[in-house]
Design a binder for this molecule. Sequence first.
Ligand code: C2E
Ligand code: MG
Ligand code: MG
Ligand code: MG
Length: 289
Amino acid sequence: AAKGNGRGRFSFYSSDLHQAAEIRRALEDDLRDALARGEMELRYQPVVNAKSNMVTGVEALVRWTHPDRGVISPGVFIPIAEEANLIWPLGEWVLRKACEDAVNWPGETRVAVNVSPIQFANEDLPKIVASALATTGLAPDRLELEITESVFLGDSADTAKMFKALNALGVRLALDDFGTGYSSLSYLQTAPFDKIKIDQSFVRDATVPGSRNGAIIAAIVALAEALEMETTAEGIESLDQLELIRKLNVSHVQGYVYSKPVRHTELLEHAEAGSWIIKPAGPARQRND
Ligand code: C2E
Ligand code: MG
Ligand code: MG
Ligand code: MG
C-alpha cells in the first residue's frame, strides 16, 4: 500500500507541475498585452516617520488585473516578466507613472519605486530615470529607487558604474528586503544607500516571547546608524509590533498598521493642507489589498 501511495503522490505532483507550467505560459502571453490593455495599476503605501506619524514617502506597488483571473500579485507576475524580457517596458511604465503622480503630493514627500535586478543590470536605466524625472518635473531627491542585495551577485564593475550613474542623477537609493539574500556585507563599504529596509520576516515574530528577531533588528539599526542610513521596518501590522519597532529606534515604518497599499485617489484623501500625518490603527486591518 505504501508503494501505491508513493506512486500516486508522484503522479499527483507531476501533473501539478505540468499545470503550473501551463498557467505560467498563459500568463506570460497575457502579460505581453497587459500594459497596452491598461490592466496594470499602481497602489501606493505610505512610509511613516515612526516618531511623528508623518508620511515622508510612499512606495509604488504594481497590480495586474487579469481579465479572467482577477488581481494577480507582483510576487507572481514580476518573476515571469523578468524571465520573458517584459520587465523593461513594465518597469519604465511604473517609473513614469509613479513620478507623474508624486508631483501632486505635499511638500517633500518621496516616491519609492522597486527596480528589478534585471533593470539594474541594463546600462540604459539612468537614461530612463532621467527621462522620467525630466518629463514629469519631479525633483530627483524625491525619487527613491529600491533595489535588493541580489544586484551584488552580478559583475561588480558594472554594479559600481550603475551606482555612480544613479548617484549623479541625485536620486535616493534604498536597500530592500535587507538580510534575506545571500550576499556578503562587503558591498556596504561602497554602495551609496540612503536607507535600509528591514524585511518583514524579521518583524513578523519579533514580539513573540523568546524571538531573536528583536536583537537582529537592533543590530541592523546600529549598522544603519553608523553608516548614516535611515531604516524602514516593513510589514508592521499590529500596535504591539509598532511599539517594539519604536523602542528599537527604527526611523520609519511601513505596514497595514498605518495603511495598506491604496489607489492614488485614496492616497490623496490622506494628504491635506501640507501636513500629512496618519494615525496607526491595529491590529491587522485591511488585509485585502
Ligand atoms: P517589497 O518591495 O518588499 O514590498 C513590500 C510588500 O509587502 C508589498 O507586497 C506590500 O503590499 C506588502 N506589505 C506592506 N505592508 C504589509 C503588512 O503590514 N503586512 C504584510 N503581510 N504585507 C505587507 P506586494 O505589493 O505584493 O509586492 C511584493 C513584491 O513585488 C515587492 O516587495 C517587490 O519586490 C515586488 N514589486 C512590487 N511592485 C513592483 C514593481 O513595480 N517593480 C518591481 N520590479 N517589483 C515590484
Ligand atoms: Mg520595495
Ligand atoms: Mg521589501
Ligand atoms: Mg520583497
